[in-house]
Design a protein around this ligand. Sequence first.
Ligand SMILES: Cc1ncc(COP(=O)(O)O)c(C=O)c1O
Length: 414
Amino acid sequence: MSTAWKSRYAQRTKDIKSSTIRELLKITQKPEMISFAGGLPAPDVFPIDRFQEACKRVLELNGHQALQYGATEGYEPLREMIARHIARYGIKAHTENVLITSGSQQALDLIGKLFINAGDRVLVEAPTYLGALQAFNVYGAEYVCVPSDNDGLRTDLLEAPLRSGPKFMYVLPNFQNPGGTTLAEGRRHELVMLAERYGIPIIEDDPYGQLRYEGEHLTPLIVLDRENLRRDNGFTLGNVIYLSTFSKTLAPGIRLAWIVAPEDVISKLVLLKQGADLHTSTFNQYVAYEVARDGFLDQHVKLIRQVYRERRDAMLHALQEYFPHEVTWTHPKGGLFLWVTMPEGTDSEALFRAALAENVAFVAGDSFYANNGHEGSRHMRLNFSHSQPDQIREGIRRLSVAVKMQLRSNHVTQ
Ligand SMILES: Cc1ncc(COP(=O)(O)O)c(C=O)c1O
């Protein structure tokens, strides 16, 4: 007799839907398609030679350790390197405050596991990172959504939602996914001050902070937090947990990221991570350390900034050239995405189908809103890191055909 697996699925899986992005990535892999859909780094900047040398060196010098099980916290020299690296931005972390995870996606899952009881509310930006919603949904999260504008999260609208007592807030201050916007300096201070006033902790997700193409680096929330990792009777305090990753600066395929948190939080996360995967790949951690060391990471990030700045500019110029004036878009100062706003009444599904017919893809805005309204239906997220500038230009030209068609049908139906 065959088992009815479906009837045995746990309650927490009942609302899990297939990710629009994952589904999309399948369609967009046709060779004739120009895809602005995924959040993929440019494969042409992966430092393949450096990885090759690093793998060889690791196997020659540390093969026995690198192929063995390792500590759940992560490879100590890599954790030390991360602590030194983030100290430059004012983040005062000790090695014990750093936990290596298998991508920031795992960090989000572990954070959900640690903090969210079914029915707990999490304060998120509207729109926000789809992967965080997917991670938190499994633990039964509900959401309090606060809108953002070109300067990031609207801190002027934050007090009432904070007063309603969310478990924590999840924010992306730099070159937000999907909006491409950056939280303004003044709002950062206000956010941290309000969080402290209402006793609501912050999860600061910062995968793109180093990929800035113009303007000055802005202070991370974890640094503005007065209690940030202050030593007190041997314990560290702090109202902000900070996440970052090697996915956008080295390569996403190595699945390496880190959490910076007070030591007691790290200890709990370590126990949860043991249950999930024992530890992040030892070999990958040794290799990443070997790749990144001696200033290579900084040098490489400079190259990525140059390549992505050129691609962002190509997209901005093409939008200016091809798109009708009723359509607007953000001007990201860094990161991988920009966010397009169509006039009210746009049917994003019809637009998406029209775009696919023109062999160009994007992600419709709906996916990035926690409360499943139709707020997102007139938005598109466009990725500019993955395609070459000439493809970007051609892709935007194709997309403009679909956009103009959609605008014409908006006029007809109004
Ligand atoms: C905001 C944000 N957080 C986390 C992640 C996951 O990153 P990782 O590759 O480290 O799992 C991404 C990936 O695109 C992201 O955009």
